[in-house]
Design a protein around this ligand. Sequence first.
Ligand SMILES: NC(=O)c1ccc[n+]([C@@H]2O[C@H](COP(=O)([O-])OP(=O)(O)OC[C@H]3O[C@@H](n4cnc5c(N)ncnc54)[C@H](OP(=O)(O)O)[C@@H]3O)[C@@H](O)[C@H]2O)c1
Length: 368
Amino acid sequence: MSTYPKILVTSAAGKTGLPVAVKLLEKGVPVRAFVRRNDHRAETLKRAGADVFVSNQYDISALREAMQGVQRAYQCAPTAPNGLHFNAAFTVAAAEAKLEHVVTLGQWLSSANHPSLFTREVYLSDALARLRPAMTVTSVDPGWFADNYLLMIDFAAHLGLFTMPLGLGDEKKNAPPSNEDIAQVVVGALLDPKTHAGKRYRPTGPELLSPNEIAEAMGRALGRKVKYLDISEKMMTKALRAIPPNNYSEAAVSQLAIYAKEYRRGAFALNAPTQDVSSVGGREPEAFEDIVRRHVAAHPNLKQSFGRRLSALAGFLKILGTPALDLARVERKRDYVEIKQPRFCQESKEWTQTHTPQPRILKNLESA
Ligand SMILES: NC(=O)c1ccc[n+]([C@@H]2O[C@H](COP(=O)([O-])OP(=O)(O)OC[C@H]3O[C@@H](n4cnc5c(N)ncnc54)[C@H](OP(=O)(O)O)[C@@H]3O)[C@@H](O)[C@H]2O)c1
C-alpha cells in the first residue's frame, strides 16, 4: 500500500493535468483523476493506475464526491468561462473535505484590475484559496505556454509560415514552458507542502525567444524553412474560430486577444527565464526546439506531402473566409461587473511591485 496521501487532479485530461496525474502515478502516489468524459485519455489514466472520476467539475456536488478520501489536490480551472465559479466551488469543497494542501494553477498576469475578466477571476480565486489557514496553498503562475505556438504548427509544417499576433519578429518576449515542465513544478509542490506552502512559482523555458527564433526552431524540428508572419488581432480571432480544435468560446477568444496584447507589451518577458523548473521540479527546463521535436514525432500528419499542403492551403482559405470576432461586441454583450480603470500588468502599481519589472521592458511599452 502507498504511504503517500491521495491526490485529486482536476482537469486531468488537460494539457497540464494529464502529465501531473501520470507523473504522480509513476512515483507511486494514489491519484483520483477528474475528467469530464470516458475517452482515450481516461483510458490512459486508468492504465497508469488512476482512480478515474468522470463528472462535471463545475458542479460542487461532484467536487464534494471527488474529494472524499483525498488529502491534497491540483486545482486547474479550464480555459473557459466560469473559472471563478469552478474555483469557488473547489475551495468550498476543499475546506469541507479538510484538504491539507492544494497546488493551484494561476497566471503570471494575475492582477486585480486587469482588462481580462479571466485574469481578474484568477486573482480572486488565488486570494480565495489562501483565506483558510488550515489548508496550505502553492500557486503555480506560468506565462504564455509553449503549447500555444503549436496551435499553428500545421501551417508551419505545410506552408512554412508561423502566424501569430506577437509584434516585431526580433523582440525576445517569452521563455515558453512546456506542459510537462509546468506539471513537474506542480508535482514538486504537491509532494512537499512543507517546503512549498505559501510560495508562488513561475515555470519558464530556459531562454527568452523572439517570434523569429520560434519560427526557426519550428523549422529545424520540421526540417524546412519556417517564416514568422505578424498578423492582426482580427486575423487571430478568425484563426481561433476556424482551425482545430476550434472549441474556444467567443469569451475565451476575446481573452486570448488580450493576452496577445500583453505579449506585445512585453509582460511575459519580465523576469524570465526563472529557475523554478529546476529548483522545484528537479530537472532542467526543456528547450523550445525539443518541445517541438517531441510534438512532431508524435504527429505523423506533420510530414510534408502534396496532399497535406493542399489541405493546409484549404485551412488557410477557411481562416480568410471566417468572419472576425467583433471583440467590442463580445465585451458589450457580456453581463458581468465592469471595472472603472482596467490596467494592463505593467500599468498596475500592485502588479509591478509584486512582479519586479525590468526598466528596459517598460521603455518599449508605448510602441506596443
Ligand atoms: N495557455 C496558457 O498560455 C496559459 C498561461 C497561463 C495560465 N494558464 C491557465 O491554465 C489553465 C488551463 O490549464 P490547462 O491548459 O492544463 O487546461 P486545459 O488543457 O484547458 O484542460 C482543461 C480540461 O478540463 C476539462 N473540462 C472542461 N470543462 C470541464 C467540466 N465541466 N468538467 C470536467 N472537466 C472539464 C477539459 O475537458 P476536455 O479536454 O474533454 O474538453 C480539459 O481536459 C487556465 O486556468 C489558464 O488560466 C494558461
